[in-house]
Unconditional design. Structure first.
Length: 606
């Protein structure tokens, strides 16, 4: 039977009205910033054809534009950072703003008033603080660089900082994506009433979502995050793909100054309280976490060959995690009499895997090992090709290895079993920004998001040595005794794994036409989801007596394994106009179209 591709399309029309009160910041669906404003004379009249020079203090990046006949200007797609603003016009003193901070995913609106005088005369002013979001209907919160880099975090997971945004809440521990993974933190955000699996994570304007579960693919190292913005309500037409919050991450780049750091963070059981379920007569189960690494960045400089100051910058980071944790087990086990009643030869061979009771009530209390190893390497390079072209590349590779010894993450309820999970994750982004004169700026983006994860049972004993026949050699089958809620052996449905790749091509054009601030954009996504599944089998015994006699009540086994290769695509584009009706009144309208293809199996195996 041949596959048929079905297509779904979505259309959004958006109109909004904004009353501008003073200066403002707004959302841009990318990881850059925009500066806009009006240049006035001492009487409040507009000043046309004034030169506006914007220079990044850290990198020397310089962009120049000119005010139009209404005295209005705009400089879009600026890298996040602190800028020096200079405004020049014959017959007026040169106005200088020594420092103005431009944050990720924002438009800073600022009016400047010149004084009559000579160009050689300089007047320094301070930038006004951002008062309201006045240029768009989108509402969000920037978590700035100081907060990201300096706020102490248990585990150093940047997603935890989303709790600082209004409307965010501590996620439930039993949520689909909100329960923290051991050593990796929570992969979802609950904010403004949106589900955690409706969040659209983006890094440098490129998708950072695991497309199967719509969670963040991985947690970028805190050292590599410059800042991020969480936009959680009343979105503009430029936002799409998901129905919930948009998180835009700007990565940390190098500058003209060479900087570096070496770090290690330690936490262990000596700093922790005892778990409620720990054996009160025994010491706290062992726990030790080391997070260590180094980061450095600066201009690319090759003695005698190349001086990259004001042109080429790099930033490199490595972070490692080594966590050793003992997980407490507390479970009812067979009594001595029940153990003595076992007659089935297979059950007799399995019996030594079940520990004997060590606390009153035929209960067992003990601990199992839950190690986690994570390594992450990041490289960020930016290059000013010409005065009108800037190229920015980012690549990160992460590998992790962890063992889950107990339920509910792993099915096991006894130490020595569980599963082993190994993953490799890669993200690449490439951004090219080109300036066409004073009114048009285009940003092209390409990137990919790659994840490969495998799940294997920790027990690799050959089942034939225990008397099982006809099963796979991956390990013991999973064995459940419902009467005592025991679960040990392997994990049914394992080994399994998946390798997912998402490719993204996107382009956004910003065009200033009189009082109209136009934005046109498109994005193409292609996602591949490749899966494999094997089985270790499952035996369920309703009582200990049935286990003793070798009489399971249920048996499940998928022979031969399965695999699939799923592909899906998406085409999105939008047009948006922010029309400045009056100096304190803006009208926003937008159009968005999305075409999402139905997933298909590439080799017709469905």
């Amino acid at each position: 039977m041949r596959n048929k591709i079905l297509r779904g399309a979505g259309l959004i029309l958006l109109f909004g009205t904004l009353l501008m009160l003073g200066t403002g910041a707004t959302a841009l669906a990318q990881s850059t910033a925009t500066l806009q404003g009006t240049v006035l004379d001492p009487q409040g009249g507009v000043v046309p054809r004034a030169d506006v020079i914007v220079r990044n203090i850290a990198t020397g990046l310089e962009r120049t534009t000119q005010t139009d006949t209404a005295g209005y200007f705009q400089v879009p797609s600026l890298p996040v950072g602190t800028y020096r603003i200079e405004i020049r016009r014959e017959g007026f003193q040169t106005l200088v703003v020594p420092e103005m901070r431009l944050e990720v995913d924002t438009i800073v609106s600022q009016n400047f008033q010149l004084k009559v005088g000579e160009l050689s005369q300089t007047m320094e002013v301070s930038a006004a603080g951002q008062v309201v979001e006045a240029s768009t209907i989108t509402v969000g919160q920037v978590i700035n660089g100081n907060t990201v880099q300096e706020l102490p975090l248990n585990g150093r997971h940047f997603v935890d900082l989303a709790l600082l945004a209004p409307g965010s809440m501590v996620p439930p521990q039993n949520g689909f994506l909100t329960a923290p993974l051991r050593g990796q933190g929570s992969f979802g955000v609950v904010t403004a009433g949106n589900r955690e699996d409706t969040v659209n994570f983006m890094i440098n304007g490129i998708n950072l979502n695991d497309m199967v579960q719509n969670q963040i693919t991985f947690q970028p190292s805190i050292n590599t995050v410059q800042e991020f913005k969480l936009s959680n309500s009343t979105f503009s037409a430029e936002y799409g793909h998901t129905s919930g919050t948009v998180v835009n991450i700007a990565t940390r780049s190098g500058s003209n100054a060479l900087h570096g750091e070496v770090f290690e963070f330690l936490r262990n059981e000596a700093l922790d309280a005892k778990n409620f379920f720990d054996n009160p007569t025994q010491p706290i189960p062992p726990f030790k976490r080391n997070q260590f690494g180094a980061a450095a960045g600066g201009p690319l400089w090759i003695p005698g060959l190349y001086d990259g100051r004001d042109k080429t910058f790099w930033f490199f980071s490595y972070e490692g995690l080594r966590q050793r944790q003992a997980v407490t087990f507390s479970r009812q086990v067979p009594t001595d009499a029940q153990r003595a009643s076992i007659t089935d030869p297979v059950s007799l061979k399995l019996l030594p895997l079940i520990p004997t009771a060590n606390v009153p009530g035929s209960n067992f209390s003990g601990s199992g090992s839950a190690p986690v190893n994570i390594d992450q390497w990041t490289l960020d390079v930016s290059h000013q090709i010409t005065a009108n072209d800037r190229l920015h590349g980012y690549y990160v590779f992460q590998r992790d290895l962890r063992k889950e010894p107990a339920a509910p993450v792993s099915a096991s309820t006894l130490p020595g079993f569980g599963d082993i999970r190994q993953g490799r994750r890669q993200v690449f982004t490439l951004n090219e920004t080109h300036t066409f004169g004073n009114t048009i700026v285009n940003e092209f983006r390409f990137g990919f998001n790659r994840i490969f994860i495998t799940f294997n049972g920790a027990n690799t004993d050959n089942p034939t040595t225990f008397g099982f026949t006809g099963l796979t050699s991956f390990g013991l089958p999973e064995i459940q005794i419902q009467e005592t809620q025991l679960d040990f052996g392997g994990v049914s449905g394992f080994p399994q794994g998946r390798g997912d790749t998402t490719l993204v091509w996107a382009d956004t054009l910003s065009w200033l036409v009189g009082k109209h601030n136009l934005k046109l954009g498109t994005e193409i996504r292609r996602s591949y989801n490749n899966n494999f599944n094997n089985d270790m089998a499952l035996f369920i015994f309703s009582t200990v007596a049935n286990f003793a006699a070798g009489k399971p009540s249920q048996f499940a086994f998928v022979q031969g394994g399965t695999s699939s290769a799923i592909a899906t695509g998406s085409l999105q584009f939008f047009a948006q106009d922010n029309y400045k009706v009056l100096s304190n009144f803006t009208w926003e309208s937008g159009f968005r179209y999305e075409l999402n293809t139905t997933p298909i199996e590439r080799f017709n195996r469905l």
